[in-house]
Design a protein around this ligand. Structure first.
Ligand code: AKB
Length: 316
């Protein structure tokens, strides 16, 4: 039986992925960890450790103590926050990955998951239906760290046989844990403000198209990739995964279908330049071919769930 370690379990992906992994592998076989305390549903349903990814020795001790065979390394500083603190963010995103890769190699951990992002693309990348392989010239700290990270996982695969699986996540939308410092966060904040205030001031322009995905689809895709046969996988670094493509005005109209009085204004900030350097939509045909990537949610289906679940949260 596999034993799993999740690094960054309190974050947007970790808070949902950990619980899903516990359903599959059993509560006691999935050790959750984060630099800070996680929610009770995680700390009380299985093992939990406080861990800083920059303290590789401590991570290694936990791997040995629990007999870990697979690691999901989710700890990272996202695009918006990384621009505010470039060098510390580089350390967390890059040194955090290299130390874990080295440990996975040394301790012969069977498999690693590490998230990349659409941030690996840049201003010279084809903007629509962005292919898996193309010009990549990211100009954000986060994007540079993700592209360098992709090259490192490919290097460790080729040189040492380390089996790292990776997805270039688009913007992720979820209601359980709020997004933390990214450029695509507007697509989470807007639903919270719709329920709490009936209005939202968006930090991106109304026609800024970006690739996006609802969290249940992201969790399903992540687990599918980790379960895929190694000999079916043709991408050595990180898979393009597209989901949907929409702009703030599309979200506004989708929310208005459920809440006709909802209003939205626009005050773009520094994140507009980041969004402008990213693709609008992604060609994920290789992931569809290699490991059967598919999606359940479109924008309106997601809007219905987001509004209903956030409403429930505030009624409690
Ligand atoms: C961000 O906006 O920084 C992230 C991402 C697209 O990787 N959500």
């Amino acid at each position: 039986m596999d034993k799993i370690l999740v690094l960054g379990c309190a974050g947007q992906i970790g808070s949902e992925l950990t619980l899903e992994l516990r359903k599959i592998y059993g509560d006691s076989n999935v050790c959750a960890s984060d630099i800070r305390q996680a929610d009770k549903d995680i700390t009380e349903s299985g093992p939990f450790e406080i861990l800083n990814v920059l303290e590789a020795n401590k991570v290694a001790e936990v791997v040995k103590k629990h007999g870990i065979t697979q690691i999901y390394h989710l700890a990272a500083i996202l695009s918006g926050n990384a621009e505010k603190k470039p060098l510390p963010s580089w350390d967390i995103n890059m040194k955090g990955l290299l130390d874990i890769l080295e440990m996975v190699k040394e301790l012969k951990v069977k498999r690693l998951f590490w998230p990349s992002s659409i941030a690996v693309f840049g201003p010279s990348t084809p903007i629509k239906n962005t292919p898996q392989q193309c010009v990549m010239d990211p100009n954000t700290v986060y994007g540079i760290s993700k592209l360098a990270g992709e090259r490192w996982i490919a290097y460790y695969r080729k040189r040492y046989g380390v089996d790292t699986r990776s997805i270039r996540y688009p913007g992720l939308i979820s209601y359980k844990t709020e997004a933390g410092g990214g450029t695509t966060d507007y697509a989470v904040e807007v639903y919270y403000d719709a329920i709490q205030k009936g209005s939202y001031i968006c930090f991106l322009e109304k026609d800024t198209y970006l690739p996006m995905m609802f969290m249940p689809d992201a969790i399903k895709a992540t687990i599918q990739l980790m379960h895929a046969d190694a000999d079916k996988l043709t991408v050595e670094d990180s898979y393009n995964v597209g989901g949907m493509s929409f702009c703030p005005d599309d979200v506004f109209k989708s929310i208005q279908k459920e809440m006709p009085n909802f209003t939205m204004d626009y005050e773009p900030d520094f994140r507009q330049a980041i969004a402008n350097s990213w693709p609008q939509s992604i060609d994920d045909s290789i992931a569809r071919n290699d490991w059967n990537l598919s999606f359940e949610y479109d924008l309106d289906a997601m809007t219905k769930v987001m509004l209903a679940e956030i409403k429930k949260k505030f009624e409690k």
